[in-house]
Design a protein around this ligand. Sequence first.
Ligand code: NDP
Length: 263
Amino acid sequence: MDLGLKDKTVVVTGGSSGIGLATVRAALAEGAKVAFCARGADRLSKVVDELIREYGGERIMAQAFSVLDPAANAAFAAQVAERFGGCDALVTNAGQGRVSTYADTSDADWREELELKFFSQLYPIRAFEAQLRATASGSITAVNSLLAYQPEPHMVCTSAARAGVQSLLKSLAVELAPEIRVNSILLGLVDSQQWQRRFDAREDQSQSRGTWFAELADRKAIPLGRLGQAEEAAKALVFLASPAASYITGARLEVSGGVSRFI
Ligand code: NDP
């Protein structure tokens, strides 16, 4: 199936690692021009060098900044417009989860998490809204989590924030229609830097990566028996972001190996 992304511009936040990087690669493989950001300049520039070796430099641009900086989002959007002539698809992926219970989450932690989850959507969306409206196939595709519908007590503020973000996206799907489609993917557990960090900090340092991840999948009772790969999440994101999903808006797509328990 042709996704219709050739020569379109896809912007990915948090593109230097994990799901974001896999999305950058998947969009480049579809022939899109891709602009992406992340905070860490060193890792970003290594990734850019690698991608330029694979795809050439013409369709790639990257900028180091935090999506929580509204002025930096606006400046990035202006650069994308100048270099690629506008943005057709925005993938809001940047972020991370916070592991903490009600008892050990301070007010400052709550504020930080709510700010990350909401403004990592709002600032990039605001910065690219005019460009997305101006194209015939504007789309916003957000990375969200099953925690939005299936909260976990050990991730109390991330779960609450994710539910709020899902509500925000549903409202935006109405307010930004018909020019811009707004969809999300709901992740279960996907092998990425986030899980690599948790593996690196494992209690039993003698445990192999394979065993640790297999036990995790078992403990979480994932029907497909394993964690997802970043590329599997990226394929769903790129489809929803593309003109091939032209009649899909306000939708959520689970990429979780079947681990959700709600219908
Ligand atoms: P990774 O840690 O592998 O990648 C996160 C990416 O986001 C990196 O490029 C990171 O670069 C960037 N990033 C983080 N914060 C910011 C910021 N404030 N501004 C700009 N860039 C930022 O994690 P994943 O690929 O797993 O995570 C991708 C998204 O998926 C996240 O939003 C995460 O919460 C979500 N998710 C992941 C799940 C999983 O199982 N993997 C489950 C549920 C949700 P840098 O640090 O240099 O800024």
